[in-house]
Write a protein that binds this ligand. Structure first.
Ligand code: HSE
Length: 309
């Protein structure tokens, strides 16, 4: 028997909510898990990209693969170890662009394996296992729940995730440059400690973010999407980002421009009225420094991971 799970892309941080805010977008990875008889190590991992080509990158295909590790934790949770597993991953979400590709495959593997095992784990357990593998909950939570999610990872490993009532007409223009930036590198430039002033700045703005969503208040949203904890340090890794942010500051319809997760993609939260101007502004800024990009305006996806036939 084999089971497939489809999981959306996600954008973490959303400016002010470093490691705790995230949203889901309608771009998907699909993970299929099959218990089967296999020669050798008892594990086979295949990755196929959007064009149906076999992925030849150096993503591990052995038991150190994050999807396998997540599935192993699920088996351990029910007091078992996985036997022979074939894991197939179909990717639509570009890797290392700040779109939650690792969270999506971790969640996909867990959802598919949980279904295969007769659903022993509930959502809380899946959130906790997936976050343990990923290291932070801000991509995992919207990948599982869909929508815009505020998440917290407690010291005991439990994850508290709350979906916010995102207005339907607030959409995201996602700008994906043609180069990769690993989360590891992007986290390595962050300071180990920040000033009380900067911590309070983000605290204020993330509280404002929640209120802006509940009140559907565009002016408050514009104020809230600011950050002093990660974006200033990451600017140097994403050429053109500060230019794009400046250029879009006073563009009609733009509620905010943020780094998508750890980057290098840039996300513009907007009210859907000026799609072309926004696209053109980003394209111009990046063209000037020879960065090619794919740019899409997408709604926030309200549905998270699901089992598909
Ligand atoms: N919150 C994480 C970061 C998301 O910004 O490093 C990337 O996975």
């Amino acid at each position: 028997m084999k089971v497939s799970a489809q999981v959306p892309a996600t954008i973490a941080n959303l400016g002010c909510g470093f490691d705790c805010l995230g949203l889901a977008l309608p771009i998907f990875n699909t993970v299929t898990v099959e218990e089967t008889v296999l020669p050798g190590s008892g594990i086979e991992i295949n990755i196929i990209d959007e064009d149906g080509e076999n992925d030849t990158s150096n993503i591990p295909r052995d038991k150190s693969n994050i999807v396998y590790k997540a599935i192993e934790l699920l088996y351990n949770y029910i007091g078992q170890s996985p036997n022979e597993l074939k894991i197939s991953i179909k990717t639509q979400i570009p890797v290392a662009r700040g779109l939650g590709s690792s969270a999506s495959v971790i969640v996909g593997g867990l959802y598919a394996a949980n279904e295969l095992l007769g659903r022993p784990a509930d959502e809380a357990v899946l959130l906790s296992i997936a976050t343990e593998i990923e290291g932070h909950p801000d991509n995992i939570a919207p990948a599982i729940l869909g929508g815009v999610v505020l998440s917290d990872w407690e010291g005991d490993g439990s994850v508290v995730a709350n979906k916010l009532p995102w207005p339907n007409d607030w959409v995201v223009t996602i700008c994906i440059p043609d180069y990769e930036l690993s989360t590891e590198i992007s986290r390595s430039v962050l300071p180990k400690e920040v000033s009380m002033k900067d911590a309070i700045y983000n605290l204020r703005h993330s509280a404002m973010f929640v209120q802006a969503v509940y009140e559907k208040d565009e002016e408050l949203m514009k104020l809230s999407l600011k950050d002093k904890l990660h974006q200033p340090y990451r600017m140097k890794l994403v050429p053109g980002l500060s230019q794009i942010m400046n250029d879009l500051k006073h563009t009609d319809g733009v509620l905010g421009c943020v780094l998508a997760g750890a980057g290098p993609s840039v996300a513009i939260i907007q009210n859907g009225t000026k799609n072309d101007i926004i696209k053109e502004t980003v394209q111009n800024a990046w063209n000037n420094i020879n960065v090619n990009a794919q740019i899409y305006t997408l709604p926030v996806l309200n549905e998270g991971a699901k089992i598909i036939l």
